[in-house]
Unconditional design. Structure first.
Length: 409
């Protein structure tokens, strides 16, 4: 085993601009996901069901597009697909201003679906580009730093959106999201990373869009673990505010995601390098434990302090798992297939967040909020066995493999 005295550089000009693009993409996503259901109800007198669809159809469009995003990125190139996706992203962001003036809920649903598709393809392209830049020896650390762009968007986006909605109104919200979309496209213009040209044989296969190329078979097992975690996290995203209102913990709920973001920011500085040095299992098992503790605290919360602490453990748990598992997914494929690995990972994540509210709604009717969160904590603990089967035992064997006798240190 050969070591180099100097670490390979993570932060480069291209990675900084890719980080900015990813931040603004996520920023628009979280601003509109937080407010769209209420907007549909207030502006178009839609039912709660239709209002929920106005919010979730973005995720539906994104989930479907993930099946094709990896192929598109590999076939036409990361920068080219990113540019096309961002043009559509900007146009759909501007469309909300038009929809508000012509009073059409049907048009809103169509735009939301297209917006979600552009988001999924654009984010897949920019994440693939980022992964191609990050040194393999520091992949977990670099992935953690890069995905902080989403963490920052999670902390700022919803709060700013609610402030605008309850202040100057929805027109200001849509102006802000359109501006953020334009800034994402502007940052993308500064990217110079060269695209990889696929071989003629690989290009011919990509053009067929074979079903086996929609999800990478080597990534699906560990992505299935991500699916289970995402369903559990959906119980927090969807029902936290209602649960907090029922228990009189509105203050704690308002600070929950701030605590999530702050803790995750700190955790990324430690857990990424730790994963690179000590392997995947240590980080994943710590994060699973933190996620389960967070859900137990939610189920037992009677004070705002406990709710905020639950948010902090959620950041260490689920937040860390998202970047750790993305790093694992990318490590399972050769470089030309990074786009497909990332789209597979996020397809399962989007699918879990989309299915979660439906599945957990049934559980909620039977058990109530506190019992539901305790059950989800149990699911997270049991999912440790799934991780062990799909990756943990293999990673452990590789990590414990003896160093060859003739290796140099």
């Amino acid at each position: 085993m050969t070591y180099s005295g100097a670490k390979e550089r993570i932060w480069t000009r291209d990675l900084v601009f890719a980080w900015i693009v990813n931040f603004f993409l996520a920023f628009v996503f979280y601003m509109l996901m937080t407010t769209m259901a209420l907007y549909a109800v207030e502006r178009f007198s839609a039912s709660d069901t239709l209002g929920g669809l106005a919010s979730s159809i973005f995720v539906i469009g994104a989930t479907i597009s993930r099946l094709f995003a990896g192929n598109l990125v590999e076939l036409f190139g990361r920068r080219r697909i990113l540019g096309i996706a961002l043009v559509v992203f900007v146009l759909t962001s501007l469309s909300y201003l038009v929809i508000d003036s012509i009073d059409s809920i049907a048009l809103l649903l169509v735009v939301r679906a297209i917006h979600g598709a552009a988001f999924a393809i654009g984010s897949t392209a920019v994440m693939t580009l980022a992964q191609s830049i990050i040194p393999r020896s520091r992949r977990a650390e670099g992935t953690g730093y890069f995905t902080l762009s989403m963490t920052l968007a999670t902390a700022i986006g919803p709060s700013l959106a609610l402030m605008l909605v309850h202040g100057p109104g929805y027109i200001w919200l849509f102006t802000a999201t359109a501006t953020a979309a334009v800034l994402a496209m502007a940052a993308a213009l500064f990217l110079r990373a060269p695209d990889k040209t696929p071989s003629p044989e690989h290009r011919a296969r990509l053009r067929r869009f074979h079903p086996s190329d929609m999800l990478h078979r080597d990534v699906v097992p560990v992505a299935s673990f991500m699916l289970v975690l995402a369903v559990c996290y959906a119980g927090v995203l969807t029902f936290l505010n209602s649960y907090a209102d029922e228990r009189g913990l509105a203050t704690g709920a308002s600070l929950f995601f701030l605590a999530y973001a702050i803790t995750l920011f700190a955790a990324r500085l430690i857990m990424g390098p730790l994963q690179d040095r000590r392997g995947d299992n240590l980080v994943v098992y710590i994060s699973i434990a933190a996620f389960a503790v967070s859900l137990v605290m939610l189920g037992l919360a009677t004070t705002n302090v406990v709710l905020v602490l639950a948010g902090a453990f959620m950041g260490l748990g689920f937040g860390t798992l998202m970047s750790a598992l993305q790093s694992i997914a990318v490590s399972r494929v050769p470089m030309p297939r990074m786009g497909l690995a990332i789209s597979t990972h996020f397809f399962m994540l989007d699918l879990g967040i989309g299915l979660g509210p439906v599945l957990l709604g049934v559980l909620l009717n039977q058990l109530g909020y506190n019992q539901m969160y305790l059950v989800l904590a149990g699911v997270v603990v049991v999912s440790t066995g799934l991780y062990h089967l799909v990756h943990g035992r293999v990673e452990r064997a590789e990590h414990e493999a003896p160093v060859p006798v003739d290796a140099t240190v």
